[in-house]
Design a protein around this ligand. Sequence first.
Ligand code: SAM
Length: 228
Amino acid sequence: KLSKRLKMVAGFVAPQARVADIGSDHAYLPTYLVQSGQINFALAGEVVKGPFEIAQNQVNEMNLQQQIEVRLASGLAAIELTDQIDTIVIAGMGGILISEILDAGQEKLAPVKRLILQPNNHEDSLRQWLFDHHFMIKNEAILLEAGKFYEIIVAEPSEISVSKISVPSAKSLMFGPILSEEKSEVFQQKWQKELTTLHKILERLPEEQKEKRQQILQQISEITEAIQ
Ligand code: SAM
């Protein structure tokens, strides 16, 4: 059974999209998308041999070799331009690794219409990368599963000219332009938890560490403002 997290990721895949799932692990997402009839073609990219072999076996066992290609490659090197991939999914990795993968494979991004990204952390760096490379955040989601918060960021190449795109605020990079507008229950929970952690850190910080204390107080006030 697909996790709630990957189900939500799947929910952002357009019908009949041609999907590359980078860092596919066991190819759960592509097999789900093809089996449910949502799409007809997917690539599963994996850089580690063990998961790559498991993914391949999984696809063979389900007899989906015609629709799902499993490739052993790092990042977007799994994609050939002839695959006509229009949607790239990168889920379950750190936000910095995701932006490094996108950065290293920029020539593969030109024909892509949608990126569906699920960073486990450093969401702000990833949003900054997207902005710097003229991707617009079209949708966002946040969920809680097994005690962990996950954010999903859906980005598309910007249609407006670069000079007209306004620079994102620190708030929108940190909290998400859409998530911080919606302020869902889960969003509030995530940042309340962060506040609790910061307050605990502050309690343990000696008075002499003025700069560090100031930094934390600043973060606390930003979060407090964002969830109001
Ligand atoms: N995408 C799945 C998910 O969201 O459940 C699997 C996430 S798993 C935690 C991360 C996977 O990414 C691992 O299987 C790892 O081997 C793979 N990975 C890490 N760096 C990669 C890279 N540069 N290219 C391809 N796969 C990579």
